[in-house]
Design a protein. Structure first.
Length: 208
């Protein structure tokens, strides 16, 4: 059973997609062990409560310095015996020591086709503003492993979504969530939970 921790900061629609996929059997061999938010007001925490998933808020503001926060954050994950960390709209850089301890065991969902529209500062609606500003005809979402650099680790899965002429950042975000994010993130978790995702020379191979 893959003990999974999900990190959230906002609405939690990706978390909800994961919860629904476990309940419907689309995700197998996985236990949603813990939800952690850095934002006490995140609607994602309510979603975790409703699903009966242990959840807590670890806010940097509650700690005297970033080192103390990083230590508590890392200890919480280690003590929970987590196998896979899922960043589902998590708006913080993870503690370095955690990333190093979880090499190729942390995945992130990014709302664009990496390497487009990614990296420091490219998050949330701003990603879609950048895509519309560039005039791309196709955008989408990416699931990738997390390393020390923003949006940089090996790509596991991507799904393309059409950009419409009349799109606003909000309409594009909604379409990418519905048609890409909420599909490829649960799918990736199921593949990892069933030993089908392999990283070789920095590239991901998925066995059938
Ligand atoms: C999603 O668009 C995700 O791609 C990005 O942050 C947003 C989180 O939304 N990383 P939600 O909290 O899952 O609704």
């Amino acid at each position: 059973m893959l003990k999974t921790a999900i990190m959230v900061s906002g609405g939690g629609t990706n978390l909800q997609a994961i919860i629904d996929a476990v309940e419907s059997g689309k995700i197998t061999n996985t236990e949603l062990s813990l939800v952690v938010s850095n934002n006490p007001n995140a609607k994602a925490l309510e979603r975790a409560d409703k699903a009966g998933i242990r959840n807590l808020c670890l806010s940097p503001k509650s700690y005297s310095n970033r080192e103390e926060f990083d230590r508590v954050f890392t200890k919480t994950i280690m003590d929970a015996g987590i196998d896979l960390i899922v960043l589902a709209g998590f708006m913080m850089l993870l503690p370095k020591e955690l990333v190093q301890a979880f090499q190729n065991r942390i995945i992130n969902i990014h709302p664009a086709l990496i390497p487009s529209f990614c990296g420091h500062g490219a998050y949330g609606l701003h990603v879609h503003e950048m895509a519309l500003e560039k005039g791309v005809k196709v955008s989408g979402a990416t699931v990738h492993f997390v390393d020390e650099v923003y949006d940089n680790g090996p790509i596991v899965m991507q799904k393309a979504v059409e950009v419409h002429q009349e799109d606003t950042p909000e309409t594009l975000q909604k379409r990418i969530m519905e048609q890409a994010e909420w599909i490829i993130l649960p799918k990736t978790i199921d593949l990892i939970a069933n030993g089908k995702v392999h990283v070789e020379n920095g590239k991901v191979r998925i066995s059938d």
